[in-house]
Design a protein around this ligand. Sequence first.
Ligand code: GRF
Length: 271
Amino acid sequence: MAISARKLRLALLISGGGTNLQVMIDRSLAGTLSAEIVVVLSDRPGAFGLERAARANIPAFHVDYKAFLKHSPTELEKVQLPVDLADLDRRQKIVRHPDPIERQERLARLVMAEHELIRIIDSYRPDYVCLAGFMRLVTPYFINHCNASGLRILNIHPALLPCFPGQHGYEDTFQYGCKWGGITVHFADEGEDTGLVIAQAVYPIWPDDDLDKIRRRGLSLEYEVYPQVINWLAQGDVALKSTPDGGTRVEITDPDYAGIVGSWVARALES
Ligand code: GRF
């Protein structure tokens, strides 16, 4: 179905194969995604997603995290960082080393890489930054910069959050013996996979399934849910609601919401 909402500008961040990226590219070309992918970035050279972007004539860059993470303490001392490290350390939740000096050095290396990411991202003026298989945790420096004018960073996670955060959502779901697995699209915040949930979908895990089968089942949902969330954002159908306990929830205001969620369930049961 073609849609008519304002087209969003998206920056996609990837680390690997980029199958979610490919779906977004295909749907954007087919006119069923209310968005244009204006830039693709990877945390390493050689990520296949960069090639997918290049084939679609989308500007593609890598920021070599491995190289940044090698900086010695002496090299770090010479660098002018865009943040106060002690303050960043107080606010961050991702680097857990017990020694504060070591922790701040690790943060400094991440900030250097993020500074480079931000320089490129900003030059393309995206409405949203979409993490799509980007296997790096981001610091409050990155989050605050991108969120200066509202929640602007999305992530797709291969489990039903808050269960199984981290890098191995499908493996963890399968190994735990869950009978249903799920996927989540959420706003990224300063924690690891802790931001506000926007949309979720579930799939069954049958007795004779293996990890490959459930990953395929989950990915086929990822390919539906992430583009749908982008379309909801473009249509203005993602509302933030305050809760009585002082929290915030996302509410989808699309009148077709129940039908769309129902189609995800039906699809998962058939797959
Ligand atoms: C997906 O499972 C996504 O949920 C997770 O990383 C994987 C990326 O796959 N964050 P791809 O690179 O889009 O193929």
